[in-house]
Design a protein around this ligand. Structure first.
Ligand code: GLN
Ligand code: ZN
Length: 770
């Protein structure tokens, strides 16, 4: 292939729309408010607007510099429908022509009356979630959807030569799971020989359509896998031998490897006949000449601009990396390290932010400009000296700004000693808590939030707009708290919660109340499907100017004799769901957040709160992709949790909540949190977690969820009893708590009340048998 790769590109661009137009359109389509044609029209408009914007920012509209990275829901699902990779339970979704169309696509994503959707899981070390394809030994693969061809034709018509993107074969199969019909131990990677011919066929069709470059994404190659690395290397070699060497009619192939370093797979990929190789040279290391030796004519696309965070680039550092690489490789191009889908669209949309803070930021549009700027350097040393100087000025303004480096915060962290991280003997605490709380066996509780009703949301919106006075808003929240407390009393819960009505989001709420953070207005990023989050910006040293949750908890406690559980978000989760500063090690930032929470814990105790939950649902999310990096992470993350809770008196019961059930791999770390009670997800996996707890010998209190709150379905009393009886067989009843899987925020009151009633009744029945 002789087509030259453009000097500047990006891996991908946000798809949800500047004002979440895609979210609104797909949700309107699901609700039957707009037709398929209207949804398509919005999607087309978004795609072409994006191409126009990217070309205005300097990407070459005529030369495949712009990726066609749009997706209606998820890029992995797109690849799954392209190759008909759907398991038996979805087989009926094919239409008469053997295609998977729009409604099939959304049924896979969202399920229907009869079936669960595809499972959703975390995309590498981001807060994006993809849909997990299900593949069995006999899944009939075929080209079942041609949106990728439609998209290039549509773009060409609008005057753009765009680069279609697909998940590459190795990553696609590594991300897939065995279908229900597969025999035990089936590994989807064994279907490689069946899927490669379909990639070949599709490459031929793209070539026929005049496409000169295609992007195959292989991020799984930067993460350690459950299978042997030699097996992965063999799959890579085989795949790109077939796609690049043996396929004559094809576009030039760019393989992308975002989210980290390729390690020993770099020479393997470099040794194939692909035409361009993208590496993550921001988070990953800059490869040496010997690692790149086999590259030959392949263009190296260096991802030197961070696609995953929001700070302006240090152009000097990026330029240095490019200069090093230029000396080594024959052909070099510049890119972002990852898709820009993880950052908001445009800093210019955030005029309410402090001008100085705004001057430090680069969202998707600003990052495209950085890439284009850096690309001018190739072949022209010195070409961007002025830009490098002004980038350095931005960095020094940041380093010296008020709030970025605060002596009192740094001194407090520096003075910590190991005793600040330790609560002392668990058994002594247990005795003190038994005495202080006097709870029955199998105590019942919930995870924190109660349904966020339309009234609660509207009260918050009106208060933000200034349509409600602070007193009016406070009264509405108190009314809601009273309703939640009364309901729990009526249902017979043992440890109550206030219901979190005052929180828009469990992280943003704290960000708004701590120093060192700011929040955006339009900074939405896709979390999954049509769901978006608006991460806060953690830019400075963190401290707590005043108590945050105390008045609400105190009010709730005043309404009942039962203990009310205080509710905080843990340091790791606050970091994971914010854009974090890049000028301080994460572990140090985590300790600053932990110290702020520690003050809150003390104030809650002083206000008479005897049980405090510190949620860490994102503990596993930040786990590094390489096993070798994991121990260090687990040390600082666990330490920050302990720092936030260790000042609590022995008689204060500390709870934590984790949002997932597959925690076998990090159970030591979870044990290390030293929480008195840990609630986890378990209902969907039918209480399988109790086996991990049993084999680990978990000694502290634990509440494996008995009610799957992710669907409106009401679990029957018998169903809950069965789960509890199973739990009691594997975990001593003394340790067990009874609770739902997660918070009830997204549920309605009708189903919540019924489900919780069944939960309490089932507990009473099982208690009687103990
Ligand atoms: N306390 C939070 C809630 O109940 C926990 C949410 C979560 O785990 N994501 O909403
Ligand atoms: Zn949860």
């Amino acid at each position: 292939m002789s087509t030259e790769f453009p000097k500047a590109t990006i891996v991908g661009y946000p798809r949800i729309g500047r004002r979440r137009e895609l979210k609104k359109a797909v949700e309107a389509y699901w609700a039957g408010r707009i037709t398929a044609a209207e949804l398509e029209a919005t999607a087309r408009e978004l795609r072409t607007t994006t191409y126009g914007r990217l070309s205005a920012l300097g990407l070459d509209a005529g030369n495949y510099s712009i990726p066609a990275s749009f997706s209606l829901y998820d890029q992995v699902l797109d690849t799954a429908v392209t190759f008909g990779a759907v398991s038996d339970r979805f087989k009926d979704l094919y239409d008469a022509e053997g295609s998977l169309g729009l409604d099939a696509y959304f049924t896979l994503a969202r399920g229907d009356k009869e079936r669960q959707p595809l499972e959703m899981t975390k995309w590498f070390d981001t807060n994006y979630h993809y849909l997990v394809p299900e593949i069995g030994p006999d899944t009939a693969l075929s080209l079942a959807n041609d949106w990728i061809l439609r998209d290039v034709a549509e773009a060409a018509e609008a005057g753009y030569s765009v680069r279609p993107t697909l998940i590459g074969p190795v990553t696609f199969l590594l991300l897939s799971k065995a279908a229900d019909e597969a025999p035990a131990g089936f590994n989807p990677l064994t279907r490689l020989e069946d899927i490669l011919p379909l990639y070949v066929e599709l490459l031929g069709k793209l070539a026929d359509a005049g496409v000169k470059w295609v992007q195959l994404e292989e991020p799984s190659l930067v993460a350690d896998q459950a299978i042997d690395e030699a097996e992965v290397a063999a799959a890579v070699e085989r795949s790109y031998a077939v796609l690049a060497t043996e396929t004559s009619k094809r576009p030039a192939i760019l393989v992308t490897t975002q989210y980290g370093s390729l390690g020993s797979l770099l020479p393997v990929l470099a040794g194939t006949e692909i035409d361009a190789l993208h590496i993550d040279a921001f988070k990953g290391s800059v490869p040496t000449a010997s690692e790149l030796a086999k590259l030959g004519n392949t263009t190296l696309v260096a991802g030197v601009v961070d696609g995953h965070n929001i700070w302006k680039a240090d152009l000097g550092v990026a330029a240095q990396k490019l200069t090093e690489l230029e000396a080594t490789v024959g052909s070099l191009a510049v890119s972002t390290s990852t898709s820009l889908q993880h950052v908001p669209h445009d800093v210019e949309d955030e005029q309410q932010l402090d001008a100085q803070l705004r001057s430090w930021l680069a969202f998707a549009e600003q990052k495209v400009v950085e890439v284009v700027t850096l690309s001018k350097l190739i072949g022209n040393p010195g070409a961007i000296d002025a830009e490098i100087t002004s980038a350095a000025e931005v960095l020094s303004s940041r380093a010296g700004a008020a709030g970025v480096n605060r002596k009192e915060v740094r001194d407090r962290a520096a003075a910590l000693s190991s005793s600040d991280f330790s609560r002392g003997d668990y058994n002594a605490r247990l005795a003190a808590q038994d005495e202080a709380l006097g709870l029955p066996a199998l105590p019942t509780t919930t995870i924190g939030s109660f349904p966020q009703t339309a009234e609660v949301r509207s009260a918050r919106a009106r208060a933000n707009k200034g349509d409600l006075t602070a007193e009016q808003y406070e009264q509405l929240m108190k009314d809601e708290i009273k309703r939640v407390i009364d309901l729990q009393e009526d249902l017979g819960f043992d440890v109550l919660v206030h219901g979190e009505p005052e929180r828009n989001d469990m992280v943003q709420y704290f960000a708004e109340n701590l120093d060192g953070f700011d929040v955006t207005v339009h900074g939405w990023v896709q979390s999954y499907g049509s769901r978006c989050t608006r991460p806060s910006i953690l830019w400075g040293d963190v401290s707590r100017p005043a108590p945050i949750t105390v008045p609400w908890a105190q009010f709730a406690q005043s309404l009942t004799e039962k203990p009310v559980k205080g509710m905080l978000t843990g340091p790791v989760t606050i970091l994971a769901w914010s854009f974090v500063r890049d000028d301080l090690p994460l572990g140090e930032t985590a300790n600053q957040v932990a110290l702020a929470l520690r003050d809150e814990v003390s104030d809650l105790e002083a206000a008479g709160i005897k049980v405090i939950q510190v949620d860490e649902p994102a503990l596993r999310e930040l786990l590094p992709l390489r096993k070798a990096d994991q121990p260090e992470y687990l040390v600082w993350s666990v330490d920050s949790f302990k720092l936030s809770t260790a000042s609590a008196a022995p008689s204060t019961q500390i709870h934590t909540h984790l949002c997932y059930s597959e925690f076998g791999a990090i159970i030591d770390a979870i044990d290390g949190l030293d929480a008195d009670v840990t609630s986890i997800e378990a209902a969907r996996s039918r209480m399988e977690v109790v086996h991990d707890l049993e084999s680990h010998g978990f000694k502290r209190g634990v509440g494996p969820g008995v009610y799957d709150i992710h669907s409106p379905r009401v679990p029957g009393q018998d169903e809950v009893s069965e789960l509890l009886e199973k739990a009691v067989q594997h975990v001593p009843a003394r340790q067990l708590w009874v609770n739902p899987d997660c918070g009830l925020k997204t549920r309605g009151y009708a189903e919540t009340e019924e489900s919780l009633r069944n939960l309490v009744n089932a507990t009473v029945a099982v208690r009687a048998q103990l």
